[in-house]
Design a protein around this ligand. Structure first.
Ligand code: AMP
Ligand code: MG
Length: 350
């Protein structure tokens, strides 16, 4: 018999309430019970939805890899309720990790530290380090505290597909492969955390994300190396096994263009059906092209954080329309746009 689809439990927690509503707390309790029994629960975080299992239960962690179709060589991020839990999972706690987490946790930054003995092999893909993060999302911190154990949680999508930023995206992508979905609303940040390796001095950014290099440098009052900028994506991928050049991709072919108006005009004239993601909606050329039946002009925010927040949700929505191609204006070459530029380069059709 086919497995049933998971329940989606609404779990709202209004910002002005210090404690969650009773129904939300009941949802957290049910999620914790499932996790304690070795189940898989999709959880909201401020970055993207995670596919969570008890990080100290190797069998439960194996289920994450199976549900995602994720290669065993790609290690998982372990989510903690606070810094004390993080320290309990590390063999030792580097001063850089202390500075970064004191200033930026809870938040969208993951630190790589030497792995402690409680972490099962499959979590780290057999490696000597572990990736740790304390999420900003209060619901998820409460879930971890209720369970009393850390959660291994990669993004709640099949491997190589677009990350989910709503409970609906999780249901669409994983269906009955997950036991329960906690619906904590749309993700506020919308792209995956910054990953920073604190086992080297200076620390190295293995994956750009919502916390920028400039913010990390301010936190440690020293330099931080951006590996992708320093070595290029392919070489950086060797250091962080999940950072394959193609990743995070929509089903519709995607192209980033520095001359998007010309490119869009050419494709539409060639009979292609196009979605154009652009912040230049007041440009007269955009206005005249937008009249075409074969072109969907999608206005995007000019601010990098707002752009990141809506990017995956926009790509999910466009994927449902079966268009021929997505064109996106090339973002500015600045620190604030690094994470968006990185994700777009991984989503680009060669
Ligand atoms: P995901 O959870 O799918 O967003 O991916 C987690 C990212 O963190 C991947 O790019 C992993 O390769 C990376 N990561 C997890 N653990 C480690 C580790 N111990 N060392 C380096 N990178 C890691
Ligand atoms: Mg992922």
């Amino acid at each position: 018999m086919a497995r049933p689809l998971p329940d989606i439990l609404p779990a709202p927690w209004p910002a002005d309430l210090p404690a969650p509503p009773v129904r939300t707390d009941e949802a957290v309790t049910r999620a914790a019970e499932l996790l304690a029994a070795g189940g898989l629960v999709a959880i909201p975080t401020e970055t993207v939805y995670g596919l969570a299992a008890d990080a100290l239960d190797a069998d439960a962690v194996d289920r994450i890899f199976a549900a995602k179709g994720r290669p065993a060589s790609n290690p998982l991020i372990v989510h903690v309720a606070d810094t004390a839990m993080a320290r309990s999972l590390a063999a030792h706690w580097p001063p850089m990790a202390e500075q970064i987490t004191t200033r930026l946790w809870p938040g969208p930054v993951t630190v790589i530290v030497p792995r402690g003995p409680r972490i099962p092999d499959n979590v780290t893909a057999g490696g000597p380090t572990v990736a740790l993060r304390c999420p900003e999302h209060r619901l998820t911190r409460r879930l971890i505290a209720t369970l009393g154990r850390p959660l291994a949680a990669p993004s709640a999508n099949r491997s190589m597909q677009l990350s989910p930023t709503t409970a609906g995206h999780v249901l669409e992508g994983l269906g009955s492969r997950v036991d329960l979905i906690l619906d904590g609303g749309p993700c506020g940040r919308g792209i995956e955390s910054t990953v920073v390796d604190c086992t080297t001095d200076p620390p190295r950014i293995l994956r750009p994300g919502p916390i920028t290099r400039v913010e990390l440098e301010a936190a440690i009052a020293g330099p931080v190396v951006d590996m992708m900028a320093a070595e290029g994506a392919t070489s950086a991928a060797a250091r962080s096994p999940g950072m394959l050049p193609r990743h995070y991709a929509p089903k519709t072919p995607l192209e980033v263009s520095a001359t998007a108006a010309e490119r869009v005009a050419e494709l539409v004239q060639g009979g292609k059906r196009i979605a154009w993601l652009t912040a230049q909606i007041d440009d007269p050329r955009v206005r005249s092209l937008a009249a075409s039946r074969d072109l969907l002009v999608v206005p995007m925010p000019a601010d990098p954080s707002a752009f990141a927040t809506s990017l995956y949700a926009t790509l999910h929505a466009i994927d449902r329309r079966n268009l021929d191609r997505i064109i996106i204006d090339a973002p500015p070459d600045t620190d604030a746009w690094r994470a968006v530029t990185d994700r777009l380069s991984r989503a680009t059709t060669a």
